[in-house]
Write a protein that binds this ligand. Sequence first.
Ligand SMILES: NC(=O)c1ccc[n+]([C@@H]2O[C@H](COP(=O)([O-])OP(=O)(O)OC[C@H]3O[C@@H](n4cnc5c(N)ncnc54)[C@H](O)[C@@H]3O)[C@@H](O)[C@H]2O)c1
Ligand SMILES: O=C(O)C(=O)C[C@]1(C(=O)O)C=C[C@@H](O)C=C1
Length: 364
Amino acid sequence: MSKQNMMIIGLGLIGSSLAVCIKKEHPDVFLYGWDHEKTSKIAKENKIVDQIPQDFAEAAKKSDVILLAVPIMTAQNYLKKLAELPLKKEVIITDTGSTKQKMVEIANFHHLNFIGGHPMAGSHKSGILACDEFLFENAYYIFTPLYKEQKYQVEQLKKLFLGTRAKYVLLKPEEHDEITGMLSHLPHIIASALVEQADFLNPKYPRAQQLAAGGFRDITRIASSDPQMWTDILLSNRQILLELIEKWQIKVSEISTLLKAGDSKQIQQFFSNAKSLRDRLPIDDKGAIPAFYDLFVDVLDQPGSIAEITGLLGKFQISLTNIKILETREEISGVLQLTFKTERELQAAKAHIEENTDYDCRFA
Ligand SMILES: NC(=O)c1ccc[n+]([C@@H]2O[C@H](COP(=O)([O-])OP(=O)(O)OC[C@H]3O[C@@H](n4cnc5c(N)ncnc54)[C@H](O)[C@@H]3O)[C@@H](O)[C@H]2O)c1
Ligand SMILES: O=C(O)C(=O)C[C@]1(C(=O)O)C=C[C@@H](O)C=C1
């Protein structure tokens, strides 16, 4: 891909991570970046983009591809702004937003050559400092073209995003919103509601928070995500989410009925059905629900060993997603469960721990 100009609007977690992936695979693509001053400065200083233009319109007019990686309502406003500019005739406009129907509708209304995009990988972290060139590795990258004639342009985008090492999927916008509504948006609502519900414990039992173990932490990690981004997601997928919340309420009241009746057989059936469905989720890719890679380390002295291992991972710049102590009795050997986001980090962590300590590592 040579001598193309591309403009990335929004250089946060997704925009900056995509910029790095694009530059890695296509050093010839000239990247304009557009964001607020502080983020733009970081992007330029770290060579994440080639130029922060003085004039938005001038850069947009010179671009062959324009990528919107800002919160959804902001992206909708940019679409309207772009529609007023004399852009290149062949320009492709795409986005990364978590919902697709409304964006496609607005782009269509303004006769923009728009192909909705959505990398199904992310984090509860946001902003340019969370930039991660491996974020999309093995994840699905969804495109939602409206017209058959856009086939060639979808192929161009696939080539452009090759450095993500993601797997591409084509969906209709409405299919996309229903699937992500169930697999991403409803879980975020539930995670945040759980955190809020648990808050009543704090005044009653001041140390309760310290007792939140793996289960609560695992299921509520995503409640730490950016509030503005999630407000936009909910409001742009309102109808689908209202239906899903209604179904969720029915599901919860079914469980409440079983509990009231003390129906152990049905309660066990409920858990065993859920277990077999969860166990069947693909684990070899991130899918809609990211896979996590666990490493189990047999250690002796707990406090000292945790510091030693986290220090070692920090030294080799390996990010931990979670750390759990599985056995904590004093002076008795215990097990640390270290969770990573990628297979690459898992393997690197194992190699460094084995090389630099006497601890044994295993994958299960
Ligand atoms: N975070 C995720 O897990 C994830 C995953 C896939 C897709 N998405 C979608 O991608 C988009 C970006 O998400 P993110 O996680 O990168 O968010 P982010 O908050 O990390 O980044 C958004 C960036 O947009 C910038 N921005 C905000 N308003 C702007 C404006 N008016 N002009 C220019 N820049 C502006 C912000 O300064 C920030 O740098 C969202 O639409 C989100 O729905 C997020
Ligand atoms: O892993 C996380 O923290 C995410 O929330 C990522 C996640 C998701 O729900 O799977 C969030 C929103 C995006 O649209 C895509 C991916």
